[in-house]
Ligand binder design. Structure first.
Ligand code: HSE
Length: 325
């Protein structure tokens, strides 16, 4: 993939070991789990390279990513740098860090791009501490990183990207979370229609008030969804994944091919199909990688027939989360 890059000159005070870290992408909401449920995925993510510098603070010495990416070069607004700075502060470090950020995830895709950078920045800073901390100790730092991009502290992308697998997180207190065991995770067909949606505006468009009827429907849908995930009952996962009444019906209007893609995925036997995060990316669960290829082809065709250019991927659940490369 062609990349756009920007760089600034850096002090000659870089020293010691360098670390390279992978921050994975993630699917969030998964239907009725708005701000509460996320799944870490393989193959798509961001990379950070980091080393200590004498000057305190975090410097972004280089950022690059897919063409058209908007990558903040100011460390005060870049999620990798903010999360790394939070780790340094938490550890009381007297030195600073230099970071190189390579974004594989496009901005405004719904694939957890800001979260992937945040966890990669935090983990890189952590690996460079004299005494690295366990992942559980980095929750506050990664939430702080994510918040600069989306305007709120929600954990449904950063916590799956940190821990891997499926994570349930409290929407009102994202420091409260639980990893949900997944027996034999399914294959995933994922499309990225060429429509840019900014998380911040896709949040602002949501209704401030909802009906009690829809709220209780969503509460029970999420409970059934989690139960089905734990059981590995993918038919039931698919059914409840498509049962959101609060958020996805509003945001579907932002993706012109939404209904056509959903119908195409279901017609070829996908267990369910939904937006991820604020979109426009959509995913469908499939029996295995071969089936996921067929589902993907159907989803891409439906998207193109609706006049929207699209990229597609077959992926799977990443059970490990952020890691050193
Ligand atoms: N849960 C968040 C939302 C995720 O849907 O706005 C943003 O990627």
């Amino acid at each position: 993939m062609e990349a756009v890059a920007s760089s600034i000159s850096v002090d000659s005070d870089c020293q010691g070991k360098r670390v390279r870290v992978w921050g994975p992408g993630s699917l969030s909401n998964l239907g009725p789990g708005f701000d509460a449920l996320g799944l870490c995925i393989q193959h798509l993510g961001d990379r950070v390279e980091a080393w200590r510098i004498e000057t305190p603070g975090v410097r972004l010495v280089e950022t690059n990513g897919p063409p058209g990416s908007t990558i903040p070069s100011d460390p005060a607004t870049n999620t990798a740098a903010v999360a790394a700075a939070a780790v340094l502060r938490q550890a009381g470090a007297s030195y600073g860090l230099a970071l190189r950020l390579h974004k594989g995830l496009p901005s405004g895709s719904g694939l957890g791009g800001s979260a992937a950078s945040a966890v990669a920045g935090a983990w890189a800073a952590n690996l460079l501490l004299d005494q690295p901390l366990p992942k559980e100790a980095l929750v506050e730092a990664v939430l702080e990183g994510e918040a600069v991009a989306s305007g709120s502290r929600h954990g449904d992308n950063v916590l799956p990207a940190l821990f891997g697998g499926l994570v349930l997180v409290s929407a009102s207190d994202p420091t409260c979370y639980r990893r949900i065991p997944l027996p034999a995770p399914p294959a995933i067909a994922l499309i990225l229609p060429r429509v840019e949606i900014l998380t911040r505006s896709a949040r602002d468009m949501l209704p401030r008030r909802v009906s009690l009827r829809d709220a209780v429907h969503n509460a029970s849908a999420l409970a059934f969804l989690i139960d089905a995930f734990r059981a590995g009952d993918w038919e039931t996962v698919g059914r409840w994944m498509m049962a959101d009444r609060l958020v996805e019906p509003v945001r579907a209007a932002l993706v012109p091919c939404y209904e056509a893609v959903r119908q195409a995925a279901l017609a070829i036997g996908a267990f369910g199909c939904a937006l991820t995060g604020s979109g426009p990316a959509m995913f469908a669960l499939a029996r295995d990688a071969t089936h996921a290829q067929q589902v993907l082809a159907a989803m891409c065709e439906a998207c193109q027939e609706s006049g929207v250019a699209v990229k597609g991927y077959v992926t799977a659940v990443d059970l490990e989360g952020v890691r050193q490369l």
